[in-house]
Design a protein around this ligand. Structure first.
Ligand SMILES: O=C(CO)[C@H](O)[C@H](O)COP(=O)(O)O
Length: 262
């Protein structure tokens, strides 16, 4: 199976494999959403099945919940867990201050609630997601379906007032129909190119009626684990202002890849 994996997938895998070293017996762990987070869920599942690791996992989407159950993780709701020791999740972009854009997988609302309810958020990423300034990736904003066109127009007015020039916005589709998130909302993607003041944009967006949440994660992430296609992995910690490097073997394992098919 490993022979078929691209360098990007290998990078995602080694980041995930390194990040699960933070998980200890008895922890309540937030489980992110996306292809990188899926590697982390598979790695944790292997630790549960083969090493007897005992954790409770709080998934951030229906698809992560399904995968977590499949691989043997004890899945509980956030209200059952109440507070989490750690959340491990992917990102669409991260900058030097560990501010993030998330929501490419339309799970930003549960992801932000879960990450905020955690002692620590560890982001796992391949190196391509690192940027100097956030914004090349379209910023997802979750809006309620009622009056979504009005909400979208208000978002555009707000961007004009902040002098975010040249922006466009689009409703995210699922084929021919608008996409619905797990919470029954829509996503409006903001094509901004550059977000100079992420904190300000995040705060102002959330004041618009109809906006439920936006995909800017400011001051939430503590640690970024960056994977490379050759097995190198770099751990950057903002609290300790520390960077460490490691190299992981890409180990082919039937169990790890069982949900991926042939
Ligand atoms: O925010 C997310 C889902 O809402 C994901 O973490 C983000 O889109 C990264 O996904 P991937 O690991 O597949 O690149």
């Amino acid at each position: 199976m490993s022979g078929e994996l691209s360098p990007i997938d290998k990078a995602k895998f080694v980041a995930a494999k390194k990040a699960v070293e933070y998980v200890e017996d008895g922890m309540r762990v937030g489980l992110g959403t996306g292809s990188t987070a899926a590697w982390m869920v598979r790695c944790l599942g292997e630790m549960v099945r083969e090493d007897g690791l005992k954790i409770r996992g709080v998934p951030t989407s229906a698809r992560t919940a399904a995968l977590a159950r499949d691989v043997g993780i004890d899945v509980v709701s956030l209200d059952e867990a109440k507070w989490l020791d750690l959340t491990i999740d992917g990102a669409d972009e991260f900058d030097g201050e560990f501010n993030l854009i998330k929501g490419g997988g339309a799970a930003l609302l549960q992801e932000k609630i879960v990450a905020t309810a955690s002692d620590r958020m560890v982001v796992i990423s391949d190196v391509s997601k690192e940027v100097e300034t956030l914004g090349a990736f379209p910023l997802p904003v979750e809006v309620i379906p009622f009056g979504w066109q009005t909400t979208k127009a208000l978002i555009e007015e707000m961007l004009d007032s902040l002098d975010v020039l040249g922006q466009t916005t689009s409703l995210r589709m699922n084929g021919a129909a608008p996409l619905f998130t797990d919470e029954g909302n829509h996503i409006v993607d903001l094509h901004l190119n550059r977000i100079g003041n992420a904190r300000q944009v995040a705060m102002v967006l959330n004041q618009i009626p109809g906006v439920v949440e936006n995909g800017l994660f400011v001051d939430i992430c503590d640690t970024v684990v960056v994977g490379y296609g050759d097995g190198r992995v770099q751990v950057r910690d903002i609290n300790e202002n520390a960077v460490s490097e490691d190299r992981l073997e890409f180990v082919e394992s039937e169990n790890l890849f069982s949900d991926l098919g042939d």
